[in-house]
Design a binder for this molecule. Structure first.
Ligand code: SIN
Length: 311
């Protein structure tokens, strides 16, 4: 599909606010900001309140050179709310809510964890509101993450399209992800390698695939519970149907919406470094990881914050 050419800066302001206890440096015109002047391991309440504000403003924020461990990441996550329950693995020892996202240098897989445009775990009734990822070991190049601002994507729809999508519900299901994992397992077994519940290369999964496939119906346009901002809740990985529409009708509309949300004009891209912590709001952005660093190790740690039922 041809990319739409839009110039979003007229309808969205990603400039930094003047904060008192942190500094925010916008990453791109569409979204994202680096937060400076804070160590997460020594965070105080006023700094946290400004970080939270910056997250809702910029949709994705990141902090460099963080000297932090799993307990610091857990404490920071809990400041936003209870842990999310979309755990894909059993967590790291002693920290079951900290999920290792690791690909070893010699691992070769078609699909890594987080590949393809997606919002986190929308196949659940209450998907995680916020996700964060800490970079512990980063390839010398490759392994970036890209985000797109889905509130900006919503604003860039015509008024007529806004009316069309307003009442719709999208079926979010992990059917494709599960099929891919099963295929990887089949190939491994055929080669005589360990298979079973391994998935995404080096991640040992601990998931209920049936629930993921059954999925959930959510509003195509959701309203952010804190800011009231409306955003498109559609992605490439999980959005598979529209309530009350035939597959042909849903595919046509979802085809347009999927391309629309993931335009370069709505994006920002993060080059990771060891000690970088990124935090994003799944209610107002989509993201994807790249499988472009074979030969290098990437070790990340993920936590999520429990979300509400999308409205
Ligand atoms: C994710 O989708 O949560 C993982 C993103 C990444 O590994 O860059």
């Amino acid at each position: 599909m041809t990319q739409l050419k839009l110039h979003p800066t007229a309808v969205f302001d990603n400039s930094a606010k003047a904060y008192e206890h942190i500094e925010a440096l916008p990453l791109a015109a569409a979204m994202g900001a680096e937060i400076r002047g804070v160590q997460i391991s020594q965070l105080n309440d006023v700094q946290f309140s400004e970080i939270r504000d910056a997250l809702f403003r910029h949709k994705m924020i990141f902090l460099r050179d963080q000297d932090m461990g799993h307990a610091d990441q857990e404490n920071f996550t809990l400041r936003f709310g209870a842990f999310g329950v979309d755990a894909y693995t059993a967590g790291v020892e002693g920290h079951r809510n900290v999920q290792p996202v690791i690909k070893e240098a010699d691992t070769r897989i078609k699909m890594i964890f987080g590949s393809g445009w997606h919002t986190d775990s929308p196949f659940m009734e209450s998907p995680p509101a916020i996700s964060m990822l800490f970079g512990a070991d980063i390839p010398p190049y490759g392994g970036d993450t890209i985000w797109c601002n889905t509130a900006l994507a919503y604003r860039c729809l015509s008024d007529t399209m806004k009316k069309v999508v307003a009442p719709l519900k999208v079926h979010m299901t992990a059917v494709d992800v599960v099929a891919n994992l099963q295929e990887e397992n089949r190939v491994k077994q055929a080669r005589g390698e360990e298979a079973g519940n391994k998935g995404f290369g080096d991640m040992k999964l601990n998931v209920n695939t049936q629930k993921m496939v059954t999925g959930w119906f959510h509003p195509v346009v959701r309203t952010h519970p804190e800011t009231g901002e409306k955003a498109l809740y559609v992605d490439h990985t999980y959005s598979r149907g529209i309530e009350g529409m035939s597959p042909a009708e849903a595919n046509a509309l979802l085809g347009f919406l999927k391309e629309h949300v993931a335009q370069p004009a709505f994006s920002c891209r993060l080059r990771w470094a060891r000690g970088t912590l990124a935090v994003w709001d799944n209610r107002i952005c989509v993201h994807q990881a790249f499988n472009d660093y074979d030969g290098f190790r990437r070790e990340m740690y993920r936590t999520t914050v429990m979300g509400e039922v999308p409205q």
